[in-house]
Design a protein around this ligand. Structure first.
Ligand SMILES: [Zn+2]
Length: 438
């Protein structure tokens, strides 16, 4: 989600090699009741960069998460109370939550040691992908989608039970601190390779899956070793670091919800695709664009399924089909744990935002179905979703992907070239020929 600048804080942590601690930093859920209160919050967001707004304040905001450092908590609370704006403290001391996030570590002697009870480092995720490929020869292979500023690979996995199938593409972890996104993506990879569920086995076999759990590897590493709440990549701009990689794609670049200020958390870079991560990954995607039927991007938080576009509320392209498919998928998502998602296009559901990957994929590459998940939760933990919620989040998302593909087929998408369709057609042709001969 969107955040404004935190220039002073970022400057301190950018020049320090110490891991930043968030002792007694408090997370608030602020709930505006009307347009006037939204206006007051927008002014606060723009005028006091020390308050870290985890969500942009928009006319449709039901709540915003705001993080305050200890010495400013009194000021924030008295300001909100004075303005009559409702708020609750959701996390009194976020360092307590951070301390519990990475308890388990991946050991290479057993690929099942990747559990869904902890968040893993980039090194651990990449090692796990290598081990999965070794354990699934002929089905899984390592793919490299691009490079990062600090020279890391954007490493992913291809799951394929045959050649020439249509593609489901998953791009995850482009915002570093949204750790639930790579965690959920890893679960999806694991399910596609090892589930005994017939529906999951079918979708695993019917498509070629190209999956990148961490498309911002430098930022992800920094969110583990330096600053837990880092969002951008790590390329230097003067004394500042980082471009918001999901504002850097070449589609309506710099039009909405972005900044040209390198201290901002939504700094869009010096031009479209100025960053090596977006430049290399977009080239990789473009080279296979005509094979992609479904493109999914994973973020947190807010429990929203977003459709392009972020620059207009107009229902463009196959919007109505995509909405129906998305809503039904979110219906399936809600069955297991009752988790409710809102479905809508980016501009109408949360905010105007441009230069995003999903808009570029939809508008420039004409991929038929493109969705962005804003995963759990709705304002309690935000980007610090506790590890106990990794498994339920992942399970319900997997349910939704199965349903999304079933519904897409009903609406006439994702049908061609699937192994089962070809088998059925060949059987039918053979039956007809037999009948004719007889
Ligand atoms: Zn995000």
């Amino acid at each position: 989600m969107l955040v404004k600048s935190l220039s002073i804080l970022f400057f301190i942590i950018s020049v320090s090699s110490e891991k930043f601690r968030f002792d007694n930093y408090t997370l608030y859920k602020v709930i505006p009741k009307n347009v006037e209160e939204i206006q007051v919050l927008q002014n606060l967001q723009n005028s006091v960069p020390e308050f870290d707004f985890w969500d942009d304040v928009t006319p449709v905001s039901e709540y915003v998460n705001v993080l305050s450092k200890p010495e400013l908590k009194g000021d924030l609370e008295s300001f909100l109370s004075g303005a009559g704006i409702d708020f609750v403290v959701t996390l009194e001391n976020i360092q307590d939550v951070i301390d519990k996030e990475t308890k388990k570590h991946y050991t290479r002697s057993d690929i099942r040691s990747m559990t869904w009870e902890s968040y893993y480092t980039l090194e651990e995720i990449y090692a796990w992908l290598d081990d999965l490929v070794a354990a699934n020869p002929g089905v899984a292979s390592i793919i490299i989608g691009g490079k990062s500023h600090e020279g890391r690979d954007i490493k992913g996995i291809k799951i394929s039970h045959g050649t020439g199938k249509r593609v489901v593409f998953i791009e995850s972890g482009i915002h570093a601190r949204e750790w639930i996104a790579p965690a959920t993506t890893n679960y999806i990879i694991n399910q596609l390779l090892s589930s005994t569920d017939e529906e999951i086995k079918t979708i695993a076999h019917d498509y070629d899956w190209y999956i990148f759990p961490v498309t911002n590897p430098d930022g992800y590493v920094w969110s583990h070793v330096g600053f837990r709440l880092w969002r951008k990549n790590r390329s230097p701009y003067g004394s500042e670091f980082g471009v918001d990689l999901n504002r850097n794609w070449n589609d309506n670049w710099l039009k909405e919800s972005v900044s040209i200020d390198p201290t901002s958390n939504v700094f869009a870079g010096l031009g479209p695709f100025s960053e090596i991560e977006t430049r290399t990954l977009s080239t990789y995607i473009m080279d296979m664009a005509d094979r992609i039927d479904l493109y999914l991007s994973f973020h947190s938080s807010g429990q929203i399924l977003l459709l392009p576009y972020g620059n207009t509320t107009e229902p463009l392209a196959n919007y109505h089909d995509a909405m129906q498919i998305g809503r039904r998928a979110m219906g399936a998502l809600s069955v297991r744990y009752g988790t409710q998602y809102t479905t809508g296009n980016i501009a109408e559901a949360i905010y105007f935002a441009t230069g995003t990957s999903v808009d570029w994929v939809k508008e420039r590459l004409h991929v038929p179905l493109v969705y962005c998940y804003e995963l759990r939760d709705r304002g309690t933990y935000g980007h610090l979703l506790p590890p106990e919620q990794i498994l339920p989040t992942s399970e319900e998302v997997m349910d939704s992907i199965v349903e999304m593909i079933i519904q897409a087929k009903r609406f006439g998408y994702m049908n061609y070239n699937s192994a089962s369709t070809i088998t059925v057609s060949m059987t039918l042709i053979f039956a007809m020929m037999t009948k004719l001969i007889l």
